[in-house]
Design a protein around this ligand. Sequence first.
Ligand SMILES: NC(=O)c1ccc[n+]([C@@H]2O[C@H](COP(=O)([O-])OP(=O)(O)OC[C@H]3O[C@@H](n4cnc5c(N)ncnc54)[C@H](O)[C@@H]3O)[C@@H](O)[C@H]2O)c1
Ligand SMILES: O=C(O)C(=O)C[C@@H](O)[C@H](O)[C@H](O)COP(=O)(O)O
Ligand SMILES: [Zn+2]
Length: 366
Amino acid sequence: MTSTTPAPTRITVGGSAGTQPYDVLIGHRLLGELPGLIGSSAKRVAVLHPEALAETGGVLREDLESQGYQAIAVQLPNAEESKTAEVAAYCWKVLGQTGFTRSDVIVGVGGGATTDVAGFVAATWLRGVSWVAVPTTVLGMVDAAVGGKTGINTAEGKNLVGAFHPPAGVLCDLAALESLGVHDYVGGLAEVVKAGFIADPVILDLIEADPEAARSPEGPHTAELIERSVKVKAEVVSADLKESGLREILNYGHTLAHAIEKNERYEWRHGAAVSVGMVFAAELGRIAGRLDNATAERHRTVLKSLGLPVTYRGDQWPKLLETMRVDKKSRGDMLRFIVLDGLAKPSVLEAPDPAMLLAAHAEIAA
Ligand SMILES: NC(=O)c1ccc[n+]([C@@H]2O[C@H](COP(=O)([O-])OP(=O)(O)OC[C@H]3O[C@@H](n4cnc5c(N)ncnc54)[C@H](O)[C@@H]3O)[C@@H](O)[C@H]2O)c1
Ligand SMILES: O=C(O)C(=O)C[C@@H](O)[C@H](O)[C@H](O)COP(=O)(O)O
Ligand SMILES: [Zn+2]
């Protein structure tokens, strides 16, 4: 008897703002797809990977060499430490020394931090070369690797420098999730829950049916949760790549989340901060009279059931408020938040009364 690998799920992200459409593949044993995405006009390939995936980076490099490419593996620090101007400059130096031209290709293999940097280096090298994303975390698969937002942090805040530069393709090999620690696995589920609240409530039903199972890659709904979340993201970014409107809904919970991440010197994972940020945004919507009590409370219940945080230190509010002012959704002095008018009904709340913000903060203050 021979065992065959089922065909991967293919979700197409439409080209918008003059960019090419591309596919997100979700399944197993997808690395054979890589040469097709890199193409035959590339001579050199740089595989950017985090320290934690040194072995994977090496295997990919060897594989690409055996396909006839001149491949190099470029090791980046793990997690948020890689999202700096210094790391980007190191990558530019390596590309320069390797003689990387406009027909050469970057591959980013790793979590969201790695694909954010890899995409940013691809966007800036020679004013833009092609890149392929190989996300290895839940968060990377459902969110970071899809949609072409690339970037790095600065001392003033999260993702403040970057570019919209979509990849040529995204390969989500579900086997990669098996080596992920539970903390990182569950962190990624915050963005899955986000997709549930802003657009696809079936996601919430699947998690609520068995939250413990959802915390593991062996859970019965892992592939479906990832596919549904990718579909939400693909639909939004296909319509609005450059965030001129609709795309802002993907920022649900992120105004406060990014401020928490900076305040914690990036020792909190993005997903954990987004979890608290969504509870805050839900409370803000409720206090503004837009969201019903039950849906606001559902945020707390589902996120807690996954083991995600729903509160944050209460004494940090002035600092958080200050950081939120440089959020990319702000316009001049006006703070803007994504809230819900109901389940799967995201909308924008502009310039909320400071008393409302304080009241919403009281609901998440530990
Ligand atoms: N560009 C976007 O649209 C977008 C969307 C969402 C989040 N993000 C960004 O993504 C980042 C968070 O990504 P993340 O949650 O994937 O975290 P991460 O990239 O920081 O990875 C978490 C840790 O897991 C390690 N790792 C990655 N894959 C692994 C694997 N398969 N096995 C073992 N270890 C592995 C990493 O080296 C790191 O130490 C944040 O910087 C966030 O801002 C970007
Ligand atoms: O793709 C988007 O658009 C998002 O907002 C997705 C977010 O989950 C992601 O964290 C993104 O990097 C945040 O973007 P930013 O523009 O607020 O830095
Ligand atoms: Zn996010």
